[in-house]
Design a protein around this ligand. Sequence first.
Ligand code: ZN
Length: 81
Amino acid sequence: MASTSLFTCLCGVQKKTSNHWVLAKVTARGISFMPWDSQLAHCDDIIVLCGEGCATALLSRSLGEWKQADMAMEATELTAA
Ligand SMILES: [Zn+2]
């Protein structure tokens, strides 16, 4: 029997063959989305997402984090001045 690897989305949904899943990768410089690739999905730094909804949620979360980092940086600049 072939190894059946189970993928779970951030939202807790488990992948079934019929799902249209996507992959995301968060790096220090940003975030990338890519089509499902079963090889790539095994990588530690890859986030598996069950679809557009969760991809959008991850994107907006990242945008929020960037905004916070940006504000923190501005605050540091103000203090330094
Ligand atoms: Zn999901």
